[in-house]
Design a binder for this molecule. Structure first.
Ligand code: ADP
Length: 460
Protein backbone atom coordinates (compact mmCIF):
# COMPACT_ATOMS: atom_id res chain seq x y z
CA UNK A 1 0.00 0.00 0.00
CA UNK A 2 1.42 3.39 -0.88
CA UNK A 3 1.23 6.58 1.20
CA UNK A 4 -1.85 7.80 -0.69
CA UNK A 5 -3.82 4.70 0.26
CA UNK A 6 -2.83 5.19 3.95
CA UNK A 7 -4.10 8.76 3.87
CA UNK A 8 -7.33 7.57 2.20
CA UNK A 9 -7.78 5.23 5.19
CA UNK A 10 -7.74 8.25 7.50
CA UNK A 11 -10.32 10.15 5.48
CA UNK A 12 -14.01 9.93 6.40
CA UNK A 13 -16.75 10.89 3.98
CA UNK A 14 -19.38 13.14 5.49
CA UNK A 15 -21.76 15.75 4.13
CA UNK A 16 -20.81 18.15 6.91
CA UNK A 17 -17.26 19.44 6.41
CA UNK A 18 -16.83 20.10 10.18
CA UNK A 19 -17.86 16.54 11.00
CA UNK A 20 -15.49 15.17 8.36
CA UNK A 21 -12.60 17.24 9.74
CA UNK A 22 -13.23 16.15 13.35
CA UNK A 23 -13.53 12.49 12.41
CA UNK A 24 -10.35 12.67 10.36
CA UNK A 25 -8.55 14.27 13.31
CA UNK A 26 -9.77 11.48 15.58
CA UNK A 27 -8.48 8.91 13.08
CA UNK A 28 -5.06 10.57 13.13
CA UNK A 29 -4.99 10.50 16.96
CA UNK A 30 -6.07 6.86 16.97
CA UNK A 31 -3.40 5.96 14.46
CA UNK A 32 -0.69 7.66 16.57
CA UNK A 33 -1.88 5.87 19.71
CA UNK A 34 -2.08 2.56 17.84
CA UNK A 35 1.56 2.91 16.79
CA UNK A 36 2.62 3.69 20.39
CA UNK A 37 0.57 0.74 21.73
CA UNK A 38 2.06 -1.59 19.15
CA UNK A 39 5.56 -0.51 20.20
CA UNK A 40 4.68 -1.20 23.86
CA UNK A 41 3.36 -4.66 22.90
CA UNK A 42 6.59 -5.36 21.01
CA UNK A 43 8.89 -4.20 23.82
CA UNK A 44 6.98 -5.91 26.65
CA UNK A 45 6.59 -9.04 24.50
CA UNK A 46 10.38 -9.14 24.03
CA UNK A 47 11.00 -8.64 27.78
CA UNK A 48 8.51 -11.44 28.61
CA UNK A 49 10.03 -13.76 26.02
CA UNK A 50 13.52 -13.08 27.43
CA UNK A 51 12.46 -14.17 30.95
CA UNK A 52 10.08 -16.95 30.00
CA UNK A 53 10.80 -18.98 33.12
CA UNK A 54 10.13 -16.15 35.55
CA UNK A 55 8.19 -13.45 33.69
CA UNK A 56 8.09 -9.91 35.07
CA UNK A 57 4.60 -9.14 36.45
CA UNK A 58 4.67 -5.49 35.46
CA UNK A 59 5.69 -6.45 31.92
CA UNK A 60 2.90 -9.00 31.74
CA UNK A 61 0.35 -6.43 32.95
CA UNK A 62 1.59 -3.82 30.46
CA UNK A 63 1.48 -6.44 27.67
CA UNK A 64 -2.15 -7.39 28.27
CA UNK A 65 -3.30 -3.83 28.97
CA UNK A 66 -1.72 -2.77 25.66
CA UNK A 67 -3.46 -5.62 23.84
CA UNK A 68 -6.76 -4.44 25.33
CA UNK A 69 -5.97 -0.84 24.41
CA UNK A 70 -5.21 -1.86 20.80
CA UNK A 71 -8.53 -3.66 20.55
CA UNK A 72 -10.32 -0.59 21.99
CA UNK A 73 -8.55 1.68 19.51
CA UNK A 74 -9.66 -0.61 16.67
CA UNK A 75 -13.24 -0.51 17.92
CA UNK A 76 -13.31 3.29 18.16
CA UNK A 77 -11.73 3.52 14.70
CA UNK A 78 -14.43 1.27 13.22
CA UNK A 79 -17.25 3.25 14.89
CA UNK A 80 -15.73 6.50 13.65
CA UNK A 81 -15.21 5.20 10.14
CA UNK A 82 -18.51 3.40 9.56
CA UNK A 83 -21.02 4.89 11.99
CA UNK A 84 -20.76 8.03 14.08
CA UNK A 85 -17.92 10.41 14.76
CA UNK A 86 -19.61 11.74 17.90
CA UNK A 87 -20.11 8.33 19.49
CA UNK A 88 -16.52 7.39 18.63
CA UNK A 89 -15.18 10.67 20.10
CA UNK A 90 -17.18 10.31 23.35
CA UNK A 91 -15.97 6.72 23.71
CA UNK A 92 -12.40 7.71 22.99
CA UNK A 93 -12.43 10.59 25.49
CA UNK A 94 -13.98 8.38 28.18
CA UNK A 95 -11.32 5.74 27.64
CA UNK A 96 -8.58 8.34 27.68
CA UNK A 97 -9.87 9.80 30.97
CA UNK A 98 -10.00 6.31 32.50
CA UNK A 99 -6.45 5.59 31.35
CA UNK A 100 -5.27 8.91 32.84
CA UNK A 101 -7.10 8.19 36.12
CA UNK A 102 -5.51 4.74 36.40
CA UNK A 103 -2.08 5.74 35.14
CA UNK A 104 -0.59 6.53 38.56
CA UNK A 105 -1.19 6.20 42.31
CA UNK A 106 -4.39 8.01 43.41
CA UNK A 107 -2.43 10.69 45.32
CA UNK A 108 -0.32 11.54 42.29
CA UNK A 109 -3.45 11.67 40.14
CA UNK A 110 -5.30 13.95 42.55
CA UNK A 111 -2.58 16.42 43.45
CA UNK A 112 0.76 15.16 42.14
CA UNK A 113 2.70 14.70 38.97
CA UNK A 114 -0.16 13.09 36.97
CA UNK A 115 -2.84 15.69 37.51
CA UNK A 116 -1.76 17.57 34.38
CA UNK A 117 -2.52 14.55 32.20
CA UNK A 118 -6.24 15.42 32.50
CA UNK A 119 -5.66 18.47 30.33
CA UNK A 120 -5.06 16.19 27.32
CA UNK A 121 -8.65 14.86 27.01
CA UNK A 122 -10.02 18.33 27.89
CA UNK A 123 -8.09 19.86 24.99
CA UNK A 124 -8.92 17.00 22.64
CA UNK A 125 -12.63 17.24 23.42
CA UNK A 126 -12.73 20.84 22.14
CA UNK A 127 -11.32 19.84 18.74
CA UNK A 128 -12.71 16.36 18.07
CA UNK A 129 -16.18 16.80 19.56
CA UNK A 130 -17.37 20.39 19.97
CA UNK A 131 -15.66 23.51 21.42
CA UNK A 132 -17.99 23.42 24.46
CA UNK A 133 -17.17 19.71 25.08
CA UNK A 134 -13.97 20.88 26.86
CA UNK A 135 -16.23 22.01 29.77
CA UNK A 136 -17.91 18.59 29.87
CA UNK A 137 -14.51 16.91 30.04
CA UNK A 138 -13.37 19.42 32.73
CA UNK A 139 -16.50 18.36 34.73
CA UNK A 140 -15.76 14.67 34.15
CA UNK A 141 -12.10 15.09 35.19
CA UNK A 142 -13.18 17.04 38.33
CA UNK A 143 -15.58 14.22 39.19
CA UNK A 144 -12.83 11.65 38.76
CA UNK A 145 -10.32 13.42 40.99
CA UNK A 146 -13.00 14.27 43.60
CA UNK A 147 -13.90 10.55 43.77
CA UNK A 148 -10.23 9.56 43.99
CA UNK A 149 -9.63 12.21 46.70
CA UNK A 150 -12.32 10.55 48.82
CA UNK A 151 -10.17 7.41 48.94
CA UNK A 152 -7.15 9.27 50.31
CA UNK A 153 -6.68 9.00 54.16
CA UNK A 154 -7.02 12.74 54.72
CA UNK A 155 -9.71 14.22 52.49
CA UNK A 156 -8.96 17.67 51.11
CA UNK A 157 -11.42 18.82 48.42
CA UNK A 158 -9.34 19.37 45.22
CA UNK A 159 -11.09 22.65 44.50
CA UNK A 160 -8.08 24.58 43.03
CA UNK A 161 -7.30 21.70 40.61
CA UNK A 162 -10.94 21.56 39.53
CA UNK A 163 -10.92 25.30 39.00
CA UNK A 164 -7.73 24.89 36.98
CA UNK A 165 -9.47 22.31 34.77
CA UNK A 166 -12.31 24.73 34.05
CA UNK A 167 -9.91 27.57 33.35
CA UNK A 168 -8.04 25.34 30.90
CA UNK A 169 -11.36 24.23 29.35
CA UNK A 170 -12.23 27.91 28.86
CA UNK A 171 -8.98 28.56 26.97
CA UNK A 172 -9.49 25.38 24.88
CA UNK A 173 -13.09 26.41 24.13
CA UNK A 174 -12.01 29.90 23.04
CA UNK A 175 -9.27 28.68 20.71
CA UNK A 176 -11.36 25.86 19.22
CA UNK A 177 -14.22 28.27 18.59
CA UNK A 178 -12.07 30.83 16.82
CA UNK A 179 -10.45 28.05 14.79
CA UNK A 180 -13.86 26.78 13.72
CA UNK A 181 -15.13 30.22 12.80
CA UNK A 182 -11.92 30.90 10.82
CA UNK A 183 -12.41 27.63 8.96
CA UNK A 184 -16.03 28.52 8.28
CA UNK A 185 -14.99 31.91 6.86
CA UNK A 186 -12.46 30.15 4.67
CA UNK A 187 -15.10 27.75 3.40
CA UNK A 188 -17.45 30.66 2.65
CA UNK A 189 -14.72 32.46 0.73
CA UNK A 190 -13.94 29.26 -1.18
CA UNK A 191 -17.57 28.74 -2.07
CA UNK A 192 -17.88 32.32 -3.24
CA UNK A 193 -14.73 31.98 -5.33
CA UNK A 194 -16.01 28.74 -6.84
CA UNK A 195 -19.26 30.46 -7.77
CA UNK A 196 -17.37 33.35 -9.31
CA UNK A 197 -15.11 31.03 -11.31
CA UNK A 198 -18.14 29.10 -12.53
CA UNK A 199 -19.93 32.31 -13.53
CA UNK A 200 -16.85 33.63 -15.33
CA UNK A 201 -16.36 30.29 -17.07
CA UNK A 202 -19.93 30.41 -18.33
CA UNK A 203 -19.47 34.00 -19.49
CA UNK A 204 -16.25 32.99 -21.22
CA UNK A 205 -17.96 30.10 -22.96
CA UNK A 206 -20.67 32.45 -24.24
CA UNK A 207 -18.04 34.98 -25.35
CA UNK A 208 -16.06 32.19 -27.05
CA UNK A 209 -19.11 31.07 -28.95
CA UNK A 210 -19.81 34.64 -30.06
CA UNK A 211 -16.17 35.03 -31.07
CA UNK A 212 -16.31 31.84 -33.10
CA UNK A 213 -19.47 33.09 -34.83
CA UNK A 214 -17.86 36.49 -35.49
CA UNK A 215 -14.75 34.74 -36.84
CA UNK A 216 -16.86 32.62 -39.14
CA UNK A 217 -18.66 35.76 -40.35
CA UNK A 218 -15.31 37.49 -40.92
CA UNK A 219 -13.99 34.51 -42.86
CA UNK A 220 -17.12 34.53 -44.97
CA UNK A 221 -16.76 38.28 -45.60
CA UNK A 222 -13.11 37.76 -46.46
CA UNK A 223 -14.04 35.03 -48.92
CA UNK A 224 -16.68 37.31 -50.45
CA UNK A 225 -14.21 40.19 -50.64
CA UNK A 226 -11.60 38.03 -52.38
CA UNK A 227 -14.25 36.71 -54.76
CA UNK A 228 -15.46 40.24 -55.47
CA UNK A 229 -11.95 41.61 -56.06
CA UNK A 230 -11.05 38.68 -58.27
CA UNK A 231 -14.28 39.04 -60.27
CA UNK A 232 -13.94 42.80 -60.71
CA UNK A 233 -10.24 42.57 -61.62
CA UNK A 234 -11.00 39.88 -64.13
CA UNK A 235 -13.76 41.93 -65.70
CA UNK A 236 -11.53 45.03 -65.80
CA UNK A 237 -8.66 43.26 -67.47
CA UNK A 238 -10.45 42.62 -70.77
CA UNK A 239 -11.55 46.22 -71.51
CA UNK A 240 -8.20 47.52 -70.30
CA UNK A 241 -6.44 45.11 -72.65
CA UNK A 242 -8.62 46.35 -75.48
CA UNK A 243 -7.83 50.02 -74.69
CA UNK A 244 -4.15 49.18 -74.60
CA UNK A 245 -4.38 47.27 -77.92
CA UNK A 246 -6.25 50.04 -79.72
CA UNK A 247 -3.89 52.68 -78.36
CA UNK A 248 -0.93 50.69 -79.66
CA UNK A 249 -2.59 50.27 -83.07
CA UNK A 250 -3.27 54.01 -83.22
CA UNK A 251 0.36 54.68 -82.27
CA UNK A 252 1.50 52.30 -85.01
CA UNK A 253 -0.43 54.43 -87.53
CA UNK A 254 -2.89 51.68 -88.54
CA UNK A 255 -5.76 54.17 -88.43
CA UNK A 256 -3.90 56.95 -90.23
CA UNK A 257 -1.18 59.45 -89.37
CA UNK A 258 -1.31 61.40 -86.09
CA UNK A 259 -0.41 64.91 -85.09
CA UNK A 260 2.23 65.52 -82.37
CA UNK A 261 -0.51 66.39 -79.86
CA UNK A 262 -2.42 63.21 -80.67
CA UNK A 263 0.75 61.14 -80.29
CA UNK A 264 1.43 62.70 -76.89
CA UNK A 265 -2.12 62.03 -75.76
CA UNK A 266 -1.90 58.44 -76.98
CA UNK A 267 1.40 57.98 -75.14
CA UNK A 268 -0.28 59.08 -71.92
CA UNK A 269 -3.28 56.82 -72.54
CA UNK A 270 -0.95 53.89 -73.15
CA UNK A 271 1.21 54.59 -70.08
CA UNK A 272 -1.74 54.95 -67.72
CA UNK A 273 -3.49 51.89 -69.12
CA UNK A 274 -0.29 49.89 -68.48
CA UNK A 275 -0.23 51.11 -64.92
CA UNK A 276 -3.89 50.31 -64.44
CA UNK A 277 -3.36 46.85 -65.89
CA UNK A 278 -0.47 46.27 -63.48
CA UNK A 279 -2.59 47.29 -60.50
CA UNK A 280 -5.50 45.14 -61.65
CA UNK A 281 -3.14 42.18 -62.15
CA UNK A 282 -1.71 42.68 -58.64
CA UNK A 283 -5.22 42.84 -57.14
CA UNK A 284 -6.17 39.68 -58.98
CA UNK A 285 -3.05 37.84 -57.79
CA UNK A 286 -3.54 38.97 -54.18
CA UNK A 287 -7.19 37.83 -54.25
CA UNK A 288 -6.24 34.46 -55.77
CA UNK A 289 -3.49 33.91 -53.19
CA UNK A 290 -5.88 34.81 -50.34
CA UNK A 291 -8.50 32.44 -51.73
CA UNK A 292 -5.86 29.70 -52.07
CA UNK A 293 -6.55 29.54 -55.79
CA UNK A 294 -3.07 30.34 -56.99
CA UNK A 295 -0.97 27.27 -57.64
CA UNK A 296 2.65 26.83 -58.63
CA UNK A 297 3.28 25.07 -61.96
CA UNK A 298 6.92 24.00 -62.06
CA UNK A 299 8.86 23.21 -65.24
CA UNK A 300 12.53 22.90 -66.10
CA UNK A 301 14.15 26.18 -67.15
CA UNK A 302 17.53 27.77 -67.52
CA UNK A 303 18.56 30.52 -65.04
CA UNK A 304 20.05 32.59 -67.86
CA UNK A 305 16.60 32.63 -69.52
CA UNK A 306 15.33 34.39 -66.40
CA UNK A 307 17.89 37.18 -66.67
CA UNK A 308 17.43 37.56 -70.43
CA UNK A 309 13.63 37.81 -70.11
CA UNK A 310 14.09 40.34 -67.34
CA UNK A 311 16.31 42.55 -69.50
CA UNK A 312 13.79 42.62 -72.32
CA UNK A 313 10.97 43.46 -69.89
CA UNK A 314 12.61 46.28 -67.91
CA UNK A 315 15.28 47.38 -70.41
CA UNK A 316 13.32 50.43 -71.63
CA UNK A 317 12.60 51.52 -68.06
CA UNK A 318 16.30 51.33 -67.10
CA UNK A 319 17.36 53.26 -70.13
CA UNK A 320 14.74 55.91 -69.57
CA UNK A 321 16.03 56.52 -66.05
CA UNK A 322 19.67 56.46 -67.18
CA UNK A 323 20.53 53.62 -64.81
CA UNK A 324 22.67 50.57 -65.35
CA UNK A 325 21.24 47.04 -65.08
CA UNK A 326 23.75 44.23 -64.69
CA UNK A 327 22.93 40.52 -64.42
CA UNK A 328 25.11 37.57 -63.48
CA UNK A 329 24.56 33.84 -63.08
CA UNK A 330 27.14 32.24 -60.77
CA UNK A 331 29.09 29.18 -62.02
CA UNK A 332 27.91 26.88 -59.27
CA UNK A 333 24.22 27.32 -60.16
CA UNK A 334 22.93 24.29 -62.14
CA UNK A 335 22.31 24.89 -65.87
CA UNK A 336 18.72 23.86 -65.52
CA UNK A 337 16.49 24.60 -62.58
CA UNK A 338 13.05 23.35 -61.67
CA UNK A 339 10.32 25.87 -60.77
CA UNK A 340 7.41 27.98 -62.00
CA UNK A 341 9.23 30.10 -64.58
CA UNK A 342 6.29 32.48 -65.12
CA UNK A 343 5.97 33.25 -61.41
CA UNK A 344 9.75 33.50 -60.95
CA UNK A 345 9.80 36.00 -63.79
CA UNK A 346 7.00 37.92 -62.04
CA UNK A 347 9.00 37.94 -58.76
CA UNK A 348 12.18 39.09 -60.49
CA UNK A 349 10.39 41.80 -62.51
CA UNK A 350 8.63 43.05 -59.40
CA UNK A 351 11.84 43.34 -57.36
CA UNK A 352 13.78 44.88 -60.25
CA UNK A 353 10.93 47.23 -61.07
CA UNK A 354 10.94 48.49 -57.49
CA UNK A 355 14.73 48.82 -57.51
CA UNK A 356 14.57 50.91 -60.70
CA UNK A 357 11.60 52.91 -59.46
CA UNK A 358 13.29 53.95 -56.20
CA UNK A 359 16.85 54.42 -57.53
CA UNK A 360 17.85 57.73 -59.06
CA UNK A 361 21.58 57.23 -59.47
CA UNK A 362 23.82 54.22 -59.93
CA UNK A 363 22.33 50.92 -60.93
CA UNK A 364 20.62 47.64 -60.23
CA UNK A 365 22.44 44.33 -60.05
CA UNK A 366 20.71 40.94 -60.39
CA UNK A 367 22.70 37.94 -59.25
CA UNK A 368 21.55 34.33 -59.49
CA UNK A 369 23.72 32.30 -57.16
CA UNK A 370 23.99 29.65 -54.43
CA UNK A 371 23.47 31.24 -50.99
CA UNK A 372 26.06 30.79 -48.25
CA UNK A 373 25.49 29.64 -44.71
CA UNK A 374 22.58 27.48 -43.66
CA UNK A 375 20.95 27.25 -47.12
CA UNK A 376 23.22 24.60 -48.61
CA UNK A 377 20.61 22.92 -50.82
CA UNK A 378 19.18 26.13 -52.24
CA UNK A 379 19.63 28.65 -55.00
CA UNK A 380 18.97 32.37 -54.78
CA UNK A 381 18.02 35.48 -56.70
CA UNK A 382 19.61 38.66 -55.37
CA UNK A 383 18.39 42.08 -56.52
CA UNK A 384 20.56 44.96 -55.25
CA UNK A 385 20.21 48.63 -55.90
CA UNK A 386 21.93 51.89 -55.02
CA UNK A 387 18.66 53.55 -54.02
CA UNK A 388 17.53 55.23 -50.78
CA UNK A 389 17.39 52.00 -48.72
CA UNK A 390 14.75 51.01 -46.18
CA UNK A 391 14.96 51.70 -42.45
CA UNK A 392 14.92 48.79 -39.96
CA UNK A 393 11.43 49.61 -38.63
CA UNK A 394 10.01 49.61 -42.18
CA UNK A 395 11.58 46.28 -43.16
CA UNK A 396 8.61 44.20 -41.91
CA UNK A 397 6.04 46.74 -43.08
CA UNK A 398 7.02 46.69 -46.76
CA UNK A 399 5.95 43.03 -47.11
CA UNK A 400 2.45 43.63 -45.74
CA UNK A 401 -0.35 44.08 -48.31
CA UNK A 402 -1.30 47.68 -49.18
CA UNK A 403 1.52 49.04 -47.00
CA UNK A 404 4.05 51.53 -48.29
CA UNK A 405 6.81 53.44 -46.56
CA UNK A 406 5.50 56.88 -45.80
CA UNK A 407 8.20 59.09 -47.30
CA UNK A 408 8.51 61.58 -50.13
CA UNK A 409 10.34 59.05 -52.29
CA UNK A 410 7.43 56.59 -52.13
CA UNK A 411 4.81 59.27 -52.60
CA UNK A 412 6.47 60.27 -55.90
CA UNK A 413 5.82 56.81 -57.36
CA UNK A 414 2.57 55.21 -58.29
CA UNK A 415 1.72 51.93 -56.61
CA UNK A 416 -0.77 50.32 -54.26
CA UNK A 417 1.71 48.53 -52.01
CA UNK A 418 0.89 45.02 -53.21
CA UNK A 419 4.07 44.13 -55.14
CA UNK A 420 6.26 42.92 -52.26
CA UNK A 421 3.33 41.27 -50.48
CA UNK A 422 2.62 39.17 -53.60
CA UNK A 423 6.33 38.41 -54.04
CA UNK A 424 6.59 37.20 -50.43
CA UNK A 425 3.50 35.01 -50.73
CA UNK A 426 4.64 33.54 -54.03
CA UNK A 427 8.07 32.76 -52.56
CA UNK A 428 6.42 31.07 -49.60
CA UNK A 429 4.21 29.05 -51.93
CA UNK A 430 7.47 27.83 -53.48
CA UNK A 431 8.76 26.87 -50.00
CA UNK A 432 11.34 29.61 -50.09
CA UNK A 433 12.00 32.78 -48.13
CA UNK A 434 12.74 36.41 -48.90
CA UNK A 435 15.42 38.31 -47.00
CA UNK A 436 15.82 42.08 -47.05
CA UNK A 437 19.14 43.69 -46.19
CA UNK A 438 19.18 47.44 -46.30
CA UNK A 439 20.71 50.56 -44.80
CA UNK A 440 19.06 53.93 -45.32
CA UNK A 441 21.14 55.82 -47.88
CA UNK A 442 23.12 52.69 -48.82
CA UNK A 443 20.69 50.88 -51.12
CA UNK A 444 18.79 47.62 -50.62
CA UNK A 445 19.28 43.95 -51.43
CA UNK A 446 16.29 41.61 -51.68
CA UNK A 447 17.34 37.94 -51.69
CA UNK A 448 14.89 35.22 -52.63
CA UNK A 449 16.11 31.82 -51.42
CA UNK A 450 14.49 28.77 -53.01
CA UNK A 451 15.04 25.04 -52.53
CA UNK A 452 16.81 23.02 -55.21
CA UNK A 453 15.07 19.85 -56.32
CA UNK A 454 16.55 16.66 -54.77
CA UNK A 455 18.07 15.43 -58.07
CA UNK A 456 19.69 18.85 -58.62
CA UNK A 457 21.15 18.78 -55.11
CA UNK A 458 22.97 15.56 -56.00
CA UNK A 459 24.46 16.96 -59.23
CA UNK A 460 25.86 20.17 -57.70
P1 ADP B 1 4.56 49.66 -54.27
O1 ADP B 1 5.83 49.56 -55.07
O2 ADP B 1 3.35 49.51 -55.09
O3 ADP B 1 4.54 50.83 -53.38
P2 ADP B 1 5.60 47.31 -52.97
O4 ADP B 1 4.92 46.31 -52.13
O5 ADP B 1 6.31 46.82 -54.17
O6 ADP B 1 4.51 48.39 -53.31
O7 ADP B 1 6.63 48.07 -52.04
C1 ADP B 1 6.23 48.56 -50.79
C2 ADP B 1 7.09 49.72 -50.37
O8 ADP B 1 8.40 49.25 -50.07
C3 ADP B 1 7.28 50.76 -51.42
O9 ADP B 1 6.21 51.69 -51.41
C4 ADP B 1 8.60 51.42 -51.03
O10 ADP B 1 8.36 52.40 -50.01
C5 ADP B 1 9.35 50.25 -50.37
N1 ADP B 1 10.35 49.67 -51.31
C6 ADP B 1 10.19 48.56 -52.08
N2 ADP B 1 11.32 48.30 -52.79
C7 ADP B 1 12.20 49.27 -52.47
C8 ADP B 1 13.55 49.54 -52.88
N3 ADP B 1 14.22 48.78 -53.74
N4 ADP B 1 14.15 50.60 -52.30
C9 ADP B 1 13.51 51.41 -51.41
N5 ADP B 1 12.23 51.18 -50.99
C10 ADP B 1 11.58 50.14 -51.52
Amino acid sequence: MNLRRYSELLEVSSGDPDDARRRQLLNILLLGLAVLTLLTILITGTVIAAHMANPDKAALLAFFVSLGALAAIGLVFAINHYWSGQVASVLFLLMLTIVVALSDEPRQVVEGRSVFLFTIPILMASVILRPWASFALAGLSSLVIATLALRLPEYVPPAPTMLGFFAFAFVAWLSARSLESALKDLRDINRELDQRVEKRTQELQVANKELARANERLRELDRLKSKFVSMVSHELRTPLGAIQGFAEMLQAGIYGSLSKKQEDALERISKNTRRLLMIVNDLLDQARIEAGELSIRPTVFSPSDLTEDLKSTVGVLVERKGLELTTEVADDVPDSLYGDKERLHQILVNLTDNAIKFTDEGGVHVHICRPDGKHTSHWAIEVSDTGPGISEEDEELVFAPFRRVDDSMTREHIGVGLGLSIVKQLVELMNGEIILESEPGQGSTFTVVLPLQPEQRRTV
